[in-house]
Design a protein around this ligand. Structure first.
Ligand SMILES: Cc1ncc(COP(=O)(O)O)c(C=O)c1O
Length: 371
């Protein structure tokens, strides 16, 4: 094991904020089902209500729009299955959970920078009058490319379609505004913003006739049954409050990311950086080192103490070629050499030095052995 550990996989999981750890630990000691009428129940219900307000504030929604879920995956499943009478259109770069939830969904192409094709969406909606649900993410988890969500919302509205926006990678890194985007549904996840894993929410306009995925118990105003994950929700609320004031701190992170990018390209002028000319999240960098497979890079960096990922984290731990890079039209041999580096609020200049040193050493080794 390397002596120094540098964590650069924040899009997969952000460390839990110490304040959120404290709040969750304290809540674990509380007794009381939030549905109970007695004092302990009321106390838990009130705490959940306060989190509902904090989460709503984070994305400029109404507290009654917030449906707590077990995370982004469940929220995406709920959103895409909530309107069985609507045909579903998803962008080709959505999180896998959406493709799995809506297997028949039409897939909207993206341009070579990984940004969704608005003209195609407009054409598809104009040429088919059936009610639709359109799902386009706020920002891509692999490349960081920010999508034109406000335009998608406007086009969807014009054609009477509902708009779901998976904003899991947005809050804290960029301003996410449910109302301004004109979304009807929005997904957020607790563990990407410093809350506990297994927490998240679907923001859904409270008047929408949404079909629940999990039934029974009447919780979340009949939209998601089951006793709430009370300690998790409490930690999620603390993280949401901190993330709301975070977007400006990310400007410093953009500087570090840009510096990393520049130094890696200095070492390897033949490397490719994806979505570089698109509006991007300030913390994300996706780069291909030619002729060195993603898995080889991830393992070599890990041995040197630098933790990154090959595209999206996937539960099997297997590295498969990225559907996002495929959708962007990246050549197979380039896509197979891509890694994702994602920074966060505690990333330092020394972490970037460590990354550059380890990646540079691997590049030099592979070039020496090829010579
Ligand atoms: C864009 C996006 N959507 C959804 C998810 C799933 O969220 P969760 O891990 O909370 O299930 C992720 C996780 O990586 C993601 O990046």
């Amino acid at each position: 094991m390397a002596t120094r550990a540098t964590y650069l996989d924040w899009n997969a999981n952000a460390p839990m904020r110490p304040e959120a750890v404290d709040a969750t630990s304290a809540a674990l000691r509380w007794c009381g089902n939030p549905s109970s009428v007695h004092a302990y129940g009321r106390r838990a219900r009130q705490a959940i209500h306060e989190v509902r307000e904090a989460v709503a504030r984070l994305v400029n929604a109404e507290p009654e729009d917030v449906i707590f879920t077990s995370g982004g995956t469940e929220a995406n499943n709920l959103a895409l299955r909530a309107f069985p009478d609507r045909r579903v259109i998803v962008s080709a770069i959505e999180h896998e959970s959406e493709f799995a939830a809506a297997r028949d969904a039409a897939r909207l192409a993206v341009n070579p920078d990984g940004v969704v094709a608005l003209d195609t969406l407009e054409r598809w909606l104009a040429s088919d009058a059936r009610p639709a649900l359109v799902s386009v993410m706020f920002a891509n988890n692999e490349t960081g490319a920010i999508q034109p969500a406000t335009e998608v919302g406007r086009i969807a509205r014009q054609h009477g379609a509902l708009f779901h926006c998976d904003a899991v990678q947005g809050p804290g890194k960029a301003q996410v505004d449910f109302q301004a985007i004109g979304a009807d549904l929005m997904t957020i996840s607790g563990h990407k913003i410093g809350g506990p894993m297994g927490t998240g929410a679907l923001i859904a306009r409270s008047t929408l006739p949404l079909q629940p995925l999990v039934r029974g118990g009447g919780q979340e105003r009949n939209r998601r049954g089951g006793t709430e994950n009370f300690p998790g929700i409490v930690g999620f609320g603390v993280a949401a409050g901190l993330a709301a004031s975070e977007a400006s701190a990310y400007r410093g992170i953009a500087k570090l990311r840009d510096e990393a990018e520049r130094r890696l390209l200095d070492i390897a002028p033949d490397a490719t950086i994806f979505a570089r000319t698109a509006p991007r999240l300030p913390n994300t960098l996706n780069i291909a080192m030619p002729r060195v497979a993603s898995a080889t890079q991830v393992i070599a960096l890990d041995l040197a103490g630098v933790m990154v990922s090959a595209g999206a984290a996937c539960s099997s731990g297997k590295v498969t070629r990225s559907h996002v890079l495929d959708a962007m039209g990246v050549a197979r041999e380039t896509a197979e050499c891509a890694i994702r580096i994602s920074l966060g609020w505690s990333t330092s200049a020394a972490d970037i030095d460590h990354l550059v040193e380890a990646w540079g050493a691997l590049y030099a080794r592979t070039r020496a052995s090829a010579a």
